[in-house]
Design a protein around this ligand. Structure first.
Ligand code: ADP
Length: 324
């Protein structure tokens, strides 16, 4: 694979996989494998459909030093803890929080061996292709305001990715981010609190950046920035944009103490409004989504009873009608 690296280093522009293969007398599949392995070592290699591969200008590596450099935040991502491989970055941040770690601390992993979604569902987080990270937050607010923070995180990440890629992102309430109808980001918020006070929050963010394919069973519902944009994107830039945008929105949220200033932007991206969904919680029922409330809850009209009801993000999830 280092012979592939040498070829990339010798080029100023893009070189096709076919041409690399010809030079080394190996197949295109072998070239792709070599490129994947180089990425797992932290080399940023761009791939663009119909053009080929290129070592990212300045050859930024995905590691602690490169992730720290050029970050334009006051406190998000500081300190930054980088792990080559870990079970989940959420666990690292939880430990850091219990030791008294400061707000804004970030754990980033090249790969996670036990990534999880809500209710312990598995989250696919292979090396070399994604951004798997968790942030430590210590907001001075009541636990009841936390659901709005979940939505705010979704909005910040969606806006950051639009800025990096120019692609348009949609939000599935409360905070799944979709691109052309498929899931591209997962966000998981875990809270440690008492009745009146939040101790800390671990905000986990997983972005599918440069995956070229997904395992069986995920293929129909998951996508990546690479698959949608036809080119790879810098994971370092992705991390930086998310931290910068999130810091801006989070500060404004704490200052105003409310989700209202962000509601309009959120609703514009929210794909559920006006659609039929199946609400899954203590009860299961079909409903039409009417709106997202000023508190960030979902206002629905039940199709079974005809009544309007407010749905809270902590308790339920929604599915498109007809897809189970
Ligand atoms: P949901 O509530 O929509 O089921 P979660 O936030 O709980 O979603 O995330 C877990 C689910 O996401 C898994 O059950 C799996 O179907 C899907 N998933 C796992 N890894 C990925 C990934 N890398 N990209 C997109 N979707 C994924």
């Amino acid at each position: 694979m280092y012979r592939i690296l040498d070829i990339l280093k010798g080029e100023t522009g893009y070189i096709s996989g076919e041409e690399i293969g010809r030079k080394l007398d190996i197949s295109r599949a072998a070239v792709w494998k070599g490129i994947s392995r180089l990425r797992q070592e932290g080399y940023e290699i761009e791939a663009v459909t119909n053009k080929g591969y290129r070592l990212a200008p300045y050859e930024t590596m995905y590691n602690q030093k490169e992730l720290e450099s050029g970050l334009k935040t006051k406190y998000m991502g500081r300190p930054l803890l980088f792990f080559h491989e870990t079970d989940t970055t959420s666990n690292r941040i939880r430990e850091f929080a219990l030791e008294g770690g400061a707000e804004g601390a970030l754990a980033v992993a090249e790969s996670q061996t036990a990534g999880r979604g809500r209710r312990g569902r598995h989250w696919e987080a292979p090396a070399g292709t994604g951004v798997w990270m968790s942030l430590l937050l210590r907001p001075k607010m009541e636990p009841a305001s936390a659901p709005a923070l979940t939505l705010l995180a979704g909005l910040a990440v969606a806006e950051a990715l639009e800025e990096v890629t120019g692609l348009s992102m949609e939000i599935k309430w409360p905070n799944d981010i979709l691109c052309n109808g498929k899931k591209i980001v997962g966000i998981l918020m875990e809270m440690d609190c008492e009745m009146q006070e939040v101790h800390f929050i671990v905000l986990g963010i997983g972005v599918n950046v440069n995956m070229a394919e997904f395992p069986e069973g995920l293929r129909e519902k998951a996508t990546s920035l690479y698959l949608e944009g036809g080119r790879t994107y810098s994971r370092r830039q992705t991390v930086h944009s998310i931290l910068e945008r999130f810091e801006e929105l989070y500060d404004a949220f704490l200052q105003s103490g409310s989700f209202v200033p962000f509601r309009k932007r959120y609703r514009e991206k929210c794909v559920n409004i006006g659609r039929e969904v199946r609400v899954l919680g203590r009860e299961e029922f079909p409903a039409v989504v009417l709106d997202v409330t000023p508190e960030g809850e979902l206002l629905v009209r039940r199709l079974d009873t005809g009544r309007e009801e407010v749905v809270f993000s902590g308790e339920v999830s929604i599915r498109k009608e007809g897809t189970g």
